[in-house]
Design a binder for this molecule. Structure first.
Ligand SMILES: *[C@@H]1O[C@H](CO)[C@@H](O)[C@H](O)[C@H]1NC(C)=O
Ligand SMILES: *[C@@H]1O[C@H](CO)[C@@H](O)[C@H](O)[C@H]1NC(C)=O
Ligand SMILES: *[C@@H]1O[C@H](CO)[C@@H](O)[C@H](O)[C@H]1NC(C)=O
Length: 833
């Protein structure tokens, strides 16, 4: 129960983070305006994040006094939105531009006339922004904004010109609540300490009562069980709650009125209340609500008395049924049941789709009766008829399109299914003799192939296997669909700067491979020398074989005194002169030249990866054969085994006495994986085999991402073998990796989703354990066809909704819709329990 409490806490702020359409164009040019523009080519409509149209950004005309704060870029979202995050960028224009805003302020408005300056929870208005013209800087809005109009106001000083590109992130504000009016929150004295129960972020007018604004009760953040504490840093006690004492309310109730954007059909109201009865704070004992639909208050209110809880002091949501009352305003009287009553959040659920004001003509229309002529009535009818005709036309058009699409999809499906089947069977039936492990290793002989097939790993897939994508690209239907729906992005995507063919394929010669690297990065790398120290081989003591591949083996060893060989920037938390566990990858002495070269490349790349959540290359043994690379190893082994040994906190663990891992530690580990992947993706590295088996666990649940690959027998069941040819972790792979042989950061994101799923199921079963390998591939085809027949991994029992939503977003069919690791990391940080 405390888990759900914690999760509810910032549910909106966590889930509601989609770009609202500056960069993708859902926000139309006409809805973007500005106070001024430097020239036509830097007009407001060019202020779209990540777009390079026009001269590459919006730039105001700078005139007047310095410190001019009145320039703004304004976005009209057309309806109320809950905005949780903003992104800004300067004008780069392919290297020509160098203008950006170092700081800015935000103003917002719900009605277009009353503008409110945004302040953070500590009361600061100015937002720190860009340091250069190209990087996107994302800033969380704490508190979030509920508004229709947003203005970005760069803080301009005259030392430099300012240009901006922006994006808003959030979602539509479906509650429809426009404002609430309530008595101001009061002050409590507790053991000589003041607890301020005022509405800390109310944006309306404030005197004896609060009017015309929204605030704490709608900021998506629920208070803690103990109202004197807050999860917001550096604020006064009582920050999360608005509270009142019965001494100031002789009628015994507090009345709050809620105004909505239009008439809605209400189902429930949820009130998040504190219930710390030892401090004389309790949930309300009764609530009476009145409804106003047209202009009058309905005579009969509804009334509801929740069950009082004198046992459990935790804060909770009290749900009040509103019995499908139609209203545009609701007035509720909450009755005290003790001296204090404290609320942190009030939400309304309404059935918005049922009511469509624009289409139903007014039944009793005062405007018509008041009007001296009947023209209005007339024109109303005409408009109505016009609307109906238009609607009929639109419907006919839609039906035609649907029919056309159905025929089309059938054809497409047939073609693609046949094609994929053909290709797959062709690929599957290739004899192992015809295949060579490494295209440029002439020394491979068939017999060697067969014996070592278990450890082979082929990336990218063999040329024959990649064929479907090429075929697909050739089909005219295909390119058309991709334009029509904007969904299919078969052509190059992901990191746009390099073609897939340019990826230098780093075959892990020891079986565990490293990462695929764009050729670009390789060039940079080749200029640099490897900055790793040589380590004396005799100080390594063999402990255990971790795995093996065609050309080498991975051993777990103890390394004596390896601390002395390390960079200064790397700190081991071990006592001086103690032995340290390391993983040693070594190349067999009989390995061919290509394998040797690849091994050296792997060392070069590994030596560049420096991140707290990525396994570090510690040292090498290069002076004599066999060549070795020594990487970190972590005391708790890999995450898969680690979690399999543990249980979630709860009954099972209690009964079986098994060691447990709390949800917050799981979350901590997932966040670290996201952080490590964020680092890899920032270097354009594609991991290709992210899974719990490739993450190592250290002290205090620290995680480092490694890649032991399929060299380990333990996990051979996780990989799919095609007649001893390719060995693929298909249950972790995105559809486009399986079908099109495309590996990008977006396919790593997919694998991250699966990894997260594994973690939340404590690795007790394989992903899609009920499906055979062939069925998994079939399911991949369903993802490709996207006719809602694809099967997703189910929501694990202990997985909170926002986290499952995050997983689902990782498995989005369209790679562009999947979040980046930066966004994933951000999201996870935000829904920290
Ligand atoms: C609420 O009370 C605190 C503490 O006295 C004060 O600093 C803050 O300005 C008040 N907020 C509002 C909106 O009145
Ligand atoms: C409100 O919604 C409910 C359930 O969807 C429906 O049965 C009812 O007719 C609606 N009320 C009005 C007045 O539309
Ligand atoms: C406030 O509530 C307490 C506890 O229910 C009660 O004893 C007290 O009389 C109330 N005070 C007023 C002014 O109603």
């Amino acid at each position: 129960s405390s888990l759900t409490g914690q999760i509810n806490q910032s549910i909106l702020a966590c889930v509601c983070r989609s770009p609202l359409g500056m960069s993708r164009g859902q926000i139309l040019d006409e809805d973007i305006s500005a106070s001024s523009q430097w020239s036509d080519s830097t007009a407001a409509k060019y202020g779209r994040l990540d777009c390079e149209e026009g001269d590459g950004a919006w730039c105001p005309e700078i005139a007047g006094e310095p410190e001019n704060m009145n320039e703004f870029l304004q976005i009209d979202l057309r309806s109320l939105h809950f905005i949780t995050l903003v992104g800004t960028q300067g004008r780069h224009a392919g290297g020509i531009g160098n203008e950006f805003a170092q700081t800015y302020k935000i103003k917002y408005s719900r009605d277009g006339s009353r503008w409110i300056s945004w302040r953070n929870r500590q009361g600061k208005e100015v937002i720190e922004a860009n340091r250069n013209a190209y990087d996107i800087v994302l800033k969380d809005l704490e508190p979030p904004i509920i508004a229709r109009f947003i203005r970005f106001m760069p803080v301009i000083d005259h030392s430099m010109n300012v240009c901006m590109r922006v994006e808003l992130y959030g979602c539509e504000w479906l509650d429809g609540l426009v404002s609430y009016n309530s008595p101001v929150g009061q002050q409590m004295t507790l053991n000589g300490q003041y607890i301020y129960l005022n509405d800390s972020v109310y944006d309306g007018a404030m005197s004896n009562s609060m009017t015309e604004g929204l605030g704490q009760l709608t900021d998506g953040m629920c208070g803690l069980d103990d109202f004197t504490h807050s999860h917001v840093y550096n604020v006064w006690p009582g920050y999360d709650y608005v509270g009142w004492t019965n001494e100031s309310f002789p009628n015994g109730y507090v009345e709050i009125m809620f105004e909505f954007d239009r008439t809605r059909n209400f189902t429930t109201m949820k009130v998040h209340c504190n219930n710390m009865f030892s401090r004389r704070v309790k949930t309300f004992q009764k609530v009476v609500c009145y409804f106003r639909s047209e202009s009058d208050w309905e005579a009969t209110p509804i009334s509801f008395s929740p069950v009082m809880d004198d046992v459990n002091p935790s804060a909770r949501f009290v749900t009040v049924s509103l019995y499908n009352h139609m209203a545009s305003a609701i007035k509720c009287q909450y009755y005290f049941s003790d001296i204090w009553m404290m609320f942190s959040e009030i939400t309304f659920q309404s059935d918005t789709a049922m009511y469509n004001t624009t289409l139903s003509p007014p039944k009793t229309g005062p405007p018509i009766r008041d009007d001296p002529t009947h023209k209005v009535d007339d024109s109303n009818t005409r408009i109505l008829i016009g609307c109906l005709v238009a609607i009929i036309f639109i419907l006919v058009a839609i039906i035609v399109i649907i029919l056309w699409r159905q025929v089309w999809q059938k054809m497409l499906e047939k073609v693609s299914r046949r094609m994929l089947d053909d290709e797959l069977t062709a690929s599957l039936s290739i004899q192992s003799e015809t295949f060579t492990y490494n295209n440029n290793s002439p020394s491979s002989v068939p017999s060697e192939q067969e014996t070592s097939s278990t450890y082979e790993r082929i990336f990218p897939l063999g040329p024959d296997y990649q064929e479907p994508s090429r075929l697909v690209r050739k089909l005219p239907e295909f390119s058309q669909t991709s334009e029509d729906t904007g969904e299919l992005q078969i052509v190059q995507e992901g990191v746009p700067h390099y073609a897939e063919a340019d990826i230098v394929n780093l075959q892990g010669v020891t079986g565990g491979n490293t990462y695929a690297v764009p050729a670009l990065t390789m060039d940079l790398l080749s200029g640099k020398d490897v900055a790793v120290e040589e380590f004396p081989r005799k100080l390594l003591t063999f402990k255990e074989k971790l795995g093996e591949g065609q050309f080498g083996e991975v051993h777990l060893c103890e390394a004596e005194g390896i601390q002395d060989f390390m960079d200064e920037d790397f700190s081991f938390d071990v006592i001086e002169n103690q032995t340290v566990l390391v993983a040693v990858k070594m190349l067999r002495t009989d390995a061919n030249k290509n394998a040797r070269n690849d091994f050296l490349k792997e060392i070069k790349i590994m030596s560049r990866l420096k991140d707290p959540n990525i396994i570090r290359l510690l040292a090498v043994c290069m002076s004599s054969d066999p060549l070795c690379m020594i990487t970190e190893y972590m005391e708790n082994g890999d995450l898969n085994q680690f979690l399999s040994r543990h249980e979630p906190e709860g009954m099972i663990a209690l009964l079986s006495n098994a060691p447990t891992v709390s949800y917050s530690n799981l979350h901590h580990m997932a966040t670290q994986i996201a952080s490590g992947m964020k680092y890899l993706s920032s270097l354009n590295f594609v991991h290709r085999d992210l899974a719990t088996r490739n993450c190592l666990v250290g002290k205090n649940f620290t995680i480092k991402i490694a890649d032991f690959g399929m060299s380990r027998n333990l996990y051979s069941g996780d990989y799919y073998r095609i007649q001893g040819r390719a060995v693929l972790p298909i249950r972790w792979m995105s559809w486009e990796s399986i079908l099109l042989g495309k590996f990008t950061t977006s396919s790593d994101v997919w694998a991250f989703g699966v990894t997260l799923w594994e973690m939340l199921t404590f690795c007790k079963e394989q992903p899609y354990s009920q499906l055979s390998d062939e069925q998994v591939i079939e399911n991949t085809g369903e993802f490709f066809r996207d006719q809602r027949r694809q099967i997703y991994l189910p929501q694990p029992p202990m997985c909170p909704d926002p986290v499952y939503k995050l997983m689902l977003s990782c498995w989005h069919r369209n790679t562009k819709e999947r979040p980046s690791f930066q966004e994933i990391h951000h999201t996870l940080l935000d829904c920290k329990p």
